[in-house]
Design a protein around this ligand. Sequence first.
Ligand code: SF4
Ligand code: SF4
Length: 368
Amino acid sequence: MKSDVFIIRSRARTHDSPTQRFERLIHKIGLDHIKEYQTVAVKMHFGEDGATGYIHPSYPCILGKLLKARRAKPFLTDTNTLYHGFRANGVDHHELAIRNGFAFDVVGMPVVIADGIRSHSVREIPAGPRHFKTVKVGGAIWEAENLITLNHFKGHLLTGFGGAIKNLSMGCGSRATKQRMHADLKPEIKVESCIGCGECVAVCPVGAIHLEEGRVEFDHGTCIGCAECLSACLYGAIRTQWSGSSRTVQEKMAEVALAVLSLFPNPVLHFNFLLNITPECDCLKWTDNPIVQNIGILASTDPVAVDQAGLDLVTESTGLPDSALPDGAGEGMEKFQLVHSQADPSVQLEYGETIGLGSRDYRLIEIK
Ligand code: SF4
Ligand code: SF4
């Protein structure tokens, strides 16, 4: 069965603001299921220190205003990261959210880091069917009566792209669950490319990399598969079994996303922001040029459909010059795979559909 995916385009053909258009999109998909005094977890990514591609605070500000008009109790939320950075514990994470523009005075909603200070405020819930029996999710997400995901749609080194499925899974899972999703990723050194700079050693959160006489060695028994060393190495000297690890990570993501959705009897709304469509995720400390023009914002209650629609719209777009794309990346070419050839982004959609997370078949409805 086709799922409805609503779209509001970013091109300003009238003089209404992007946030006014976002408000029309919210009205179209509707908030009627959210009742007075109910809590609403608004799940998003606050960006890393130094990154600028994340969703602009003006958008959650509008959503918060509409939710409060219904006398609901919305809060902005995210979980702590597996990797080092400014979001690895609840204190730094909250501070970074404020520095990146998500202060209460701006967005009108408090920030609650869902899994607490050290990712111990979690709940274990049933999951499945192939990779997990149970998974742990942020306690504040478990406690909320409603969930809305705001997803910056962009590329990702390991999963091809990140959208609603990724925000539901990596975004809502505890650090332990994130680690279990990454567990199959085992990095190896390409000796001929390594210059012995030690950057990978510095970023490894568990001390699984040793540099001895200029030679890098991995302790795979200690490695938690966080992929931070892969991002840190500027010389392409670290490789992994990409095809297998990307497929397994994406299947695991779909299972965690399904488990998270099972917590909510009410519809969960997903908004994919096809704005600043960067080649890499917002966990990095830098932001590259976008790979295609801004497209707009999508909304759906189906995470698979909203991600499939996002992927199709990026594929239909023309690649931008001076971006991570190769020259000649035209309409009809799958852009994320051109950037991340090791990751087939369709796996999370295919497997998600197979396990009942949603439908790849959708009807795109334009909001004027
Ligand atoms: S970051 Fe890359 S180049 Fe530097 S030591 Fe590690 S593997 Fe070698
Ligand atoms: S060695 Fe393993 S734990 Fe350390 S940064 Fe690389 S992937 Fe992460």
